[in-house]
Design a protein around this ligand. Sequence first.
Ligand code: SF4
Length: 365
Amino acid sequence: MVGMPTSTTVPVSVPMPQIPRRRRSPEEVAAAAPVEGPKRVLLAAPRGYCAGVDRAVIAVEKALEHYGAPVYVRKEIVHNRHVVSELEARGAVFVEETDEVPEGELVVFSAHGVSPAVVQSADDRNLRTIDATCPLVTKVHREAVRFAKAGNEILLIGHTGHEEVEGTYGEAPEATTIVNDPAEARTVQVKDPDKLIWLSQTTLSVDETMETVKILRERFPNLQDPPSDDICYATSNRQAAIKKIAPQADLVIVVGSANSSNSVRLVEVALEYGAKAGHRVDFANEVDESWFEGVATVGVTSGASVPDILVQDVLKLLADYGYADQEEIVTAEEDILFSLPKELRAKLKESGDSSARPGGRVKND
Ligand code: SF4
């Protein structure tokens, strides 16, 4: 049986987008490719919401409650279509850049973090700001500043164009070079191989990052490691959980959005560790029933920005197709909570609002 969801959920007020097609019945799917042996689901735990996402979503919810709509949010607060739509329905306005926000209005910076240039641009427009950057991203920013100030060159392992990488790079652009993958590790040029440190995006594949570092170290033996892991606990734990399930799975379904780095990585890791097939979906109705043909064991997980209600929708669909035997595979317990952004804590205190635990979901949620 599936235990309690490990992550919290955002109330649903936005319906799942409808996909206009006729779904084949379980009998039709079974006739196309019969399944040998019992059908079952292995559900990864931990999965879904991490502490940084939880905090960022609460920050927007609480800003709407205490300042009223509209509350502007630079970029998607977290990379999940459902969460963004739900907050939009409540009055959040998502913009790409601060210059789209009217002067003097309130803007929330997303969990992925911003560069100092973005903070300056908000200041120039007299915007009021709430910084919902995940503290684990802020930690990487601080490392970048500290090591650059000490005269080091930084090799930032991460994906060019990802918001988090833009923010970290922006802390010390003159000292930082982005290394996207092992192939770039083989060709990147540095100024001084003896004053070199690597940092990374928080949501990468643990294995691929280690491979990239190995190549860099072969080329630059004096390369320094970061003081602690930059790939965060949530990314590592979700990858470890799916690694355990993947070798037994004929199919792995990852719930998460296409722009969610850690969700996309989960599909890659599942395939790498032996899943016969792997797919990412935003919503249950994107699951194609042809994926079930001949499939006995389905692994299910979700990215760190995914409310568990979306996973439960997938589990219901799986049960309809005969995968009612659902077992949770627990590889780690998570109890990390982060304090809400300081600007918001001050506002909540002023208003006498004690409904949000420090860093956790709203009570009774
Ligand atoms: S995935 Fe990691 S770094 Fe990103 S918001 Fe969650 S805890 Fe923070």
